[in-house]
Design a protein around this ligand. Sequence first.
Ligand SMILES: Nc1ncnc2c1ncn2[C@@H]1O[C@H](COP(=O)(O)OP(=O)(O)O)[C@@H](O)[C@H]1O
Ligand SMILES: [Mg+2]
Length: 152
Amino acid sequence: MNKDLLTLYYTLDNIDESARQFWEALHNYSVFAFSGDMGAGKTTFIHHLCDYLKVQDVVSSPTFALINEYHFTGPDSTDKTIYHLDWYRLKDGAEAISAGMEDCLDMAGKGTAFCFIEWPEKAIYLLNPPYLWINIEPVSITQRIMTIKEVR
Ligand SMILES: Nc1ncnc2c1ncn2[C@@H]1O[C@H](COP(=O)(O)OP(=O)(O)O)[C@@H](O)[C@H]1O
Ligand SMILES: [Mg+2]
C-alpha cells in the first residue's frame, strides 16, 4: 500500500523553504524517485535541496554523465553521499546495471548513501521498497505542486 506523506506548493521564491520542509519530514528515507515531465522542476528542486544540505559540489543535471555524486556533512558530523541519477537515456535494465545504478541503490538500501533519481519510470523495476515517489507538476508557469508518497 502506498501512503501519502506530504504535498507542497511552491514557486522559485519559496522553493528553499519547501526544500527545508521536505528534508525535515523525509530525511529518514534514502531512495527518492522524482517523477515529472521535462521542465517540471526535478533538477531545480534537487539543486535547492542540495543547497539546503550545504553540498559543496556542483549540482547539475546528470543527463550526460547519468550519475553525479555529491557530498554533505550530516548532523552527526560524518560525510554523507548523494547519488543524483538520471535514467532518461537508459534503454534497459542491463544498461542500468552496467552504468552502476544498482550499486548506488544498494548503498542507499544499506543506508550508506542517498539516491535522488530523475525519470525513475524508465527502470522502475530496479527500485526496492520502501522508497519515495515524488511527483512534480506545474500549476502555472511559476507554481509547482509536489506530492510525495511512500511506496512499500
Ligand atoms: N516553482 C518552480 N519550481 C521549479 N522550477 C520552476 C518553478 N517555476 C519555474 N520553474 C522553471 O522550470 C524549469 C524547470 O526545469 P528543470 O528543473 O530542469 O526540470 P526537469 O529536471 O524536471 O526537466 C526551470 O527553467 C525553472 O526555472
Ligand atoms: Mg532534469
